[in-house]
Write a protein that binds this ligand. Structure first.
Ligand code: ATP
Length: 259
């Protein structure tokens, strides 16, 4: 079976600086991955590349069986759902929640196309699945940040993506809302027809067991990648952060403490 994402010796340079350097990474079907890295480590650059907004300066890249350079990127993008804070910032606050969700079908931020009744039925079903059906009829700006994130995930699922990218979805959430959102993501990831999910996070404890693999990025390079139990280790994480940390495992989740 072909990999969902495959990067071979990928480099990206700007102003003489290597932003991504020699990245080799493979995500296979039925795997959900977390990406972890400090600010400026290249996470957003990598996501922009997967979505075809930027191209490798060197190296080879394949996403959902499409080889970059031989594929229509706009068609590929329709198969990828992307939830990020920059998307949230572009949504007009007065938009009704169901319109936010339905707009995911057209990959547009506002609603410019005419959705059908079936589109709305699908949006309502997704809102139910993600636990925000009670928000139908409300405007986006009146929803809490946690609710807004869930709406964006429902929006991201509207076009039945094969790959769903969640870029720091818990940003700005209090710890209870964060746990609730993580639970929702966990259920989604475990469901039978789940897309492959890539979760970008700054918080190791957000890597729930359903995210079986982690990619550690540092300074644009892959520091480590693989199964969580191999990657999220005290010694390697202390070296990764260049700071002594201890790791405690609880119910399949690694919790980090500074030593
Ligand atoms: N278009 C560009 N031109 C020059 N430098 C860039 C460009 N895009 C990104 N960079 C630089 O590349 C590095 C990686 O940026 P990137 O946004 O990918 O990091 P990140 O891991 O997503 O960080 P954060 O956690 O803060 O979101 C940063 O030093 C950034 O300034």
């Amino acid at each position: 079976m072909e990999p969902i994402i495959k990067l071979k010796n990928v480099k990206w340079q700007r102003e003489g600086k290597k932003i991504l350097d020699d990245v080799n990474w493979e995500v296979n079907s039925k795997e959900h991955w977390a990406i972890l890295g400090l600010n400026g480590s290249g996470k957003t650059t990598l996501l922009n590349m997967i979505n075809g907004y930027i191209w490798p300066s060197e190296g080879e890249m394949e996403v959902l069986g499409c080889t970059f350079g031989k594929t229509d990127i706009r068609e590929l993008r329709k198969r990828i759902g992307w939830v990020s804070s920059s998307l949230s910032a572009r949504i007009q606050g007065t938009t009704d929640t169901q319109d936010v969700v339905v707009s995911g079908k057209f990959a547009s931020v506002g609603l410019y196309d005419m959705p059908t009744e079936r589109d709305f039925e699908k949006a309502f079903a997704l809102m139910e699945r993600i636990g925000v059906r009670h928000l139908i009829g409300r405007s986006y700006e009146t929803c809490s940040q946690g609710e807004q994130q869930k709406l964006l995930i429902a929006r991201g699922l509207m076009a039945d993506p094969e790959l769903l990218i969640l870029d720091e979805p818990t940003n700005g959430l209090d710890f209870l809302s964060r746990e609730e959102l993580m639970k929702t993501i966990n259920e989604l990831a475990r469901s039978e027809k789940a897309p492959t999910i890539i979760l970008v996070t700054h918080h190791i404890e957000e890597i729930l067991p359903v995210f079986s693999h982690t990619l550690l990025l540092r300074g644009g390079e892959v520091y480590a990648q693989g199964a969580n139990e191999d990657v999220l280790k005290e010694e390697s994480l202390s070296d990764f952060f260049n700071y002594p940390v201890s790791v405690e495992w609880q119910e399949g989740r690694a919790w980090l403490k500074v030593k």
